[in-house]
Design a binder for this molecule. Structure first.
Ligand code: BGC
Length: 766
């Protein structure tokens, strides 16, 4: 009996020695303790390749084909692998799979710039709730989105993915986006943190930025998003900032992001495999993506030789485990690969409709009656751009183009023109003589260049039709910035087309409507007079053309407003003096490796400081083509006298908006604050709050309320390394856009306030 007992005890002890803790939400420290150094390093590095056993590809990296990356499982401890996929205009995975007859299409939603044009946080959150459902149902744990770099310059090739030139609008949009996606129990990755404001040499470019511009412009939007939405992950960018790779900057990833803002998730690198893995890990970059064995080896070696301490390693591993227990893979979610794409297409259409900006509408050209005979011009009417190229592309089942949308809305299209564009597209597709759009054309398809139409033909079409609609298109994307000529500015063919259409149709007393199917800002000042109406849907997703048609017919009353300025000239942006806009063919590309420093390529001086977008144009009285916040509607809104009162911590305000138009509509009210003298030099006006009304029937009113705290009014004082709000009288302006401040009131801040922060991120002085 005694012997049996002893044997049993010995067996128990041996089993205990081999018992592996299995990861739960509550035993993270225990699992961490049980991990070997190799396992820890493995968890910090993504696994790019799938296992191929007997010719069959399997494992986490193969689970969702087309996903950008994954984290590696450690089965022994019950740590599942997780799946990461792009972002941001929908989920990017492969639409078809080998040996599988099912399809895996995702919805192509409006791009970030169009979402920001809605100025409607509730709508964005509702839309991304639908987008996040596709993330969950296709077996993905984290959507690598939203992209939220500031529109520093109109030519950044990825601006379409990003929201705005203003950090408040950008940050609020990102927060709403994150909340919507994460309501599904999946994660987001706000990107690219930070100063990834150009694609040219994006892997190496050193963005040289003052502490003030960093704090107020380039970090502010990330700060708002982190504080207001708790994103699961942050993606550090490829580039350098003030002399160091962002992914290796401790002050950026730990001091500011975690210690000052309270970020609780993981930081992952953008998809790069940079050499300084250990430095990245030490800085607080928890996950290397897409990951390779070298990086694992470097981390192991770093721990062994003491370059990275056990505590630093464990901190990152703990972050990873906290991330993993939040994921659907950890929960064992049984995804069905069958999201409701039909319902989501309707959501995408609604989001586009709520966001389209009406830039011009002379003599009430729009809305049209809906049954007109239309001469539809422009290759983009058949080659419509739903989204950009590169990682921001979405593999959608279809894209409705303008030709289809116009017909579906009831218009009769000029047959000969329609056939001409159809054949032109078919010919080019067949012969592959397509003009590549900027960016990775192979990722997102290509873009047809505009093609000439003889003037005589246009004259005949002007007689035979009621109205001309001209669609101008642009495509851009990851890996290259746009150009000033033939991109920011119209091509000669486009100009000629517009000129001839305008002359011929106006000669017949008929109108010209221009639709701007673009990803970034273009020049409009020189040609807008040729158009009677201009509609700006940006790149509105797979259903966006239908939304444009709804605006043309008046089924939808446009209520979008510009999230950036349309300048008269490219050089009017101060940043244009330090942006790689014409680098003689050297522009673009990834720029792996180091070379002799070249201005705007190897380094970029953000010499304009805080004078980005309207902060510059409005303060310095520079004429613009369309100001920040601008957008027309088919209604007319009147603002009541506002109420503004100081609170213990800032101010509260309200204003009543009445629809005095003849049709129902929505108005975006923008609150701009002018600060008192005596503090730091500031922009004349800064956006501090905004709100959109519900759909107001003619005669109906709604009171909008705003609450702004003193911290949000502060500017950054580099000398004191503190945010500061001056005492004195603040003017609060209620505007329909930055140049149309309808009402104002003021409040007094009795005492100055100051919020000291760490003195970090300073530029390197020679
Ligand atoms: C892009 C990221 C993207 C990642 C994964 C990178 O090249 O910069 O935005 O999430 O690839 O596809």
């Amino acid at each position: 009996m005694k012997r049996i007992l002893l044997t049993a005890m010995a067996l128990g002890l041996t089993l205990a020695a081999f018992a592996q803790p299995q990861l739960t939400k509550d035993n993270i420290d225990e699992v961490l303790k049980a991990m070997t150094l190799e396992e820890k390093a493995t968890l910090l590095v993504g696994g790019a390749r799938a296992a191929i056993v007997n010719g069959v590809t399997s494992g986490i990296a193969a689970e969702v084909p087309g996903a950008a990356g994954n984290t590696r499982p450690i089965e022994r401890l019950g740590i599942p692998g997780t799946v990461l996929a792009d972002g941001p205009a929908g989920l990017r995975i492969n639409p078809t799979r080998q040996g599988d007859s099912r399809t895996y299409y995702c919805t192509g939603f409006p791009v970030g710039t169009l979402l920001a044009s809605s100025w409607d946080l509730d709508m964005v959150e509702e839309m991304t709730r639908a987008m996040g459902n596709e993330v969950l149902e296709y077996g993905v744990d984290v959507l690598l989105a939203p992209g939220m770099n500031i529109h520093r310059n109109p030519l950044c090739g990825r601006n379409f993915e990003y929201f705005s030139e203003d950090p408040l609008l950008s940050g609020k949009m990102a927060a709403a986006y994150v909340r919507g996606i994460q309501s599904n129990g999946v994660g987001t990755s706000i990107k690219h943190y930070m100063a990834n404001n150009q694609e040219t040499n994006r892997n190496e470019n050193d963005a040289r930025i003052s502490q003030r511009a960093l704090r107020e412009i380039y970090l502010k939007n990330f700060e708002i998003a982190v504080k207001e939405s708790d994103p699961w992950t942050v993606m550090s960018s490829y580039n350098q900032m003030n002399g160091e790779y962002t992914q290796q900057k401790f002050d950026l990833l730990t001091t500011v992001l975690r210690d000052e803002w309270g970020f609780r998730g993981i930081v992952m690198t953008d998809w790069g495999n940079k050499a300084g893995t250990v430095k990245s890990a030490k800085a607080g970059n928890d996950l290397m993506e897409p990951g390779n064995q070298n990086e694992i080896d470097r981390i192991i070696a770093g721990v062994k030789d003491g370059t990275i301490s056990q505590e630093e390693l464990d901190r990152n591993v703990r972050n990873m485990l906290h991330y993993i227990v939040r994921t659907p893979h950890f929960r064992g979610y049984a995804y069905g690969n069958a999201p409701d794409l039909k319902a989501h297409a309707a959501v995408a259409r609604k989001a586009a409709a709520e966001s389209i900006v009406l830039l011009r509408n002379e003599k009430e050209t729009l809305p049209l009656k809906g049954d007109e005979k239309v001469a539809l011009y422009g290759v983009s009417s058949v080659d419509f751009v739903a989204g950009g190229t590169g990682s921001g592309n979405v593999n959608k089942a279809y894209v409705v183009n303008m030709e289809e949308a116009m017909e579906a809305a009831g218009f009769t299209l000029d047959k000969a023109l329609k056939n001409f564009y159809r054949e032109h597209k078919a010919y080019n597709l067949a012969t592959r003589e397509l003009t590549a759009g900027n960016g990775w054309s192979t990722w997102g398809g290509t873009k047809l260049a505009e093609t000439p139409i003889p003037a005589a033909a246009i004259q005949a079409e002007a007689k035979a039709n009621d109205v001309a609609v001209v669609v101008l298109g642009r495509n851009a994307g990851e890996g290259a910035d746009r150009h000033q000529m033939n991109d920011f500015e119209l091509t000669n063919t486009e100009r000629e087309l517009l000129q001839n259409v305008s002359t011929s149709f106006r000669a017949q007393g008929k109108r010209v409507v221009v639709i701007l199917n673009i990803g970034g800002v273009i020049e409009t000042a020189s040609w807008k007079g040729l158009a009677d109406a201009i509609v700006l849907p940006w790149s509105p997703g797979q259903e966006g053309a239908n939304a444009v048609a709804d605006v043309l017919t008046g089924k939808v009353n446009p209520s979008g407003k510009l999230p950036m300025t349309f300048p008269v000239n490219f050089m009017d942006h101060l940043s244009s003096a330090n942006f790689p806009y014409d680098y003689n063919g050297q522009q673009g590309g990834f720029g792996w490796g180091r070379r002799a420093p070249r201005k705007d390529v190897d380094y970029t001086d953000y010499a304009e400081g805080i004078w980005v977008g309207y902060r510059h144009f409005q303060t310095h009285g520079v004429e613009v083509s369309y100001p920040f916040g601008y957008g027309l509607t088919y209604s007319y809104f009147v603002y009541s006298d506002p109420k503004v009162k100081a609170t213990a911590d800032g101010f509260e305000a309200s204003v009543t908006v009445t629809n005095q138009g003849r049709v129902a509509g929505k108005e975006v009210v923008q609150v701009y604050v002018h600060a008192p003298e005596g503090g730091l030099e500031k922009p004349d006006q800064e956006l501090k709050a905004f709100a959109k009304t519900r759909l107001l029937a003619p005669g109906e009113s709604q009171t909008l309320t705003f609450k702004v705290d003193a911290y949000s009014l502060a500017s950054f004082n580099e000398a004191a390394s503190a945010w500061e709000t001056a005492a004195g009288v603040y003017t609060v302006n209620f505007g329909s856009h930055i140049q149309d401040l309808r009402r104002s009131a003021s409040f007094k801040l009795k005492a100055p306030k100051s919020w000291p922060v760490h003195n970090v991120l300073a530029p390197v002085t020679e």
